[in-house]
Design a protein around this ligand. Structure first.
Ligand SMILES: C[S@@+](CC[C@H](N)C(=O)[O-])C[C@H]1O[C@@H](n2cnc3c(N)ncnc32)[C@H](O)[C@@H]1O
Length: 345
């Protein structure tokens, strides 16, 4: 084995150490306490009520990962641009993603991966907790809060990619848009900011939208054009009439049969001229290194879903009455999700 292969493999083996060190830093509030000027370990530990001997070791490890800078010989630390990404007040914060993906629930489910693959039965969330993820979330408000924060945290990056992918799209005939499973409204709110002639509706489960303080429409200044409907995307008659429908990170949560059921329901509820936009990680061909191939395993653990390639999305559309039109890509270099457009046959 070459040295590079050896190093790459070791880096993967110890990957979880890194993400757990980061998780500890985020959970303890290190990044909201640290500052661009150097602060002593004693001050940080004092403000956060931590043991300063063990806190020093965590701060040093976080510095080794590039999130903090350790100042020579003085046991002082300042935050780096990479560390800024974990602050609560950063508009593009990755704090929520860290808290969800390395938190106790998601940590616990991965151990079921080998058994699932042996037995051909996915959904480690069910194995570990006895509930599907959204039921578990709605029964556990603390997890629910972390889940919603994480969705907004993911959205703080993904929304830009979706807006970018749709940038050249002609919105002149779209006057209302429904974001199905739109969470607290990050994507829809930003679409409404960009297209002032459009109004919109977020269709979501009651548990997500009942906490009015969390909803983003008023914070984004679009509350007059944005409404929230408590509804179930699987249930006939609960999808509102709109010129266009968007679903971001929805279909990857569900099996093919469940996706056909959702898409058929949207088909039945929508006008003839309706357009459908599906924003997802799209799996590229063999040999191409892509995050979607890892996210797919995460989906195997958390739910009944999976990541799909274009042909698979096109087939789901076809099975539910829709016609595949095109796939729109973000031109931003880091854009990891695409937007698939469908129309009615
Ligand atoms: C992976 S999250 C994506 C949220 C949002 N679209 C985003 O990209 O941030 C999936 C969303 O689907 C919602 N959801 C799950 N089952 C649903 C149902 N039956 N009807 C409506 N929404 C549902 C969940 O509450 C959750 O907010």
């Amino acid at each position: 084995m070459s040295d590079t292969n050896y190093e790459k493999t070791l880096d993967i083996i110890f990957g979880r150490w890194k993400s757990q060190i980061l998780y500890a830093g985020v959970t303890l509030g290190i990044f909201d306490c640290a500052s661009s000027y150097a602060k002593s370990t004693a001050d940080i530990a004092g403000e956060l009520d931590l043991d300063d001997v063990l806190a020093y070791r965590l701060l040093r490890a976080l510095s080794s990962l590039g999130f903090l800078k350790e100042h020579p010989d003085r046991r002082e630390f300042s935050i780096t641009p990479q560390g800024e990404l974990l602050r609560k007040d950063n508009p593009q914060t990755l704090r929520g993603v860290t808290l969800l993906e390395e938190g106790p629930e998601h940590y616990a489910i991965w151990k079921h991966l080998p058994a699932m693959i042996k037995e051909g039965k996915q959904n480690a969330f069910m194995r570990e907790f006895g509930y599907k993820i959204f039921e578990y979330r709605d029964r556990n408000p603390a997890y629910g809060e972390v889940f919603n924060q994480a969705m907004s945290s993911y959205s703080s990056i993904q929304t830009n990619w979706v807006l970018d992918a749709l940038d050249k799209y002609d919105f002149s005939n779209i006057h209302d848009i429904c974001d199905i499973g739109g969470g607290i409204g990050h994507l829809l709110g930003n679409l409404l900011i960009k297209y002032p002639h459009v109004s919109g509706t977020v269709l979501e489960l009651k548990a997500v939208i009942s906490n009015k303080k969390q909803l983003l429409a008023s914070k984004l200044g679009v509350s007059e054009r944005c409404s929230y409907i408590d509804g179930d995307m699987f249930t006939n008659g609960e999808i509102p009439f709109a010129d266009a429908y968007i679903m971001k990170m929805i279909l990857h949560d569900w099996s093919d049969e469940e996706c056909v059921s959702i898409l058929s329901n949207v088909y039945r509820s929508s006008p003839k001229h309706a357009r459908l936009f599906i924003a997802e990680h799209v799996v590229p061909g063999p040999g191409e290194i892509h995050f979607s191939k890892l996210f797919d395993i995460h989906m195997m653990c958390v739910a009944s879903g999976k990541e799909r390639n274009i042909d698979e999305y096109s087939s789901l559309l076809q099975q539910s009455g829709w016609k595949y039109i095109q796939t729109l890509h973000s031109h931003q270099q880091s854009g990891l999700i695409d937007v698939i457009e469908g129309c009615k046959l």
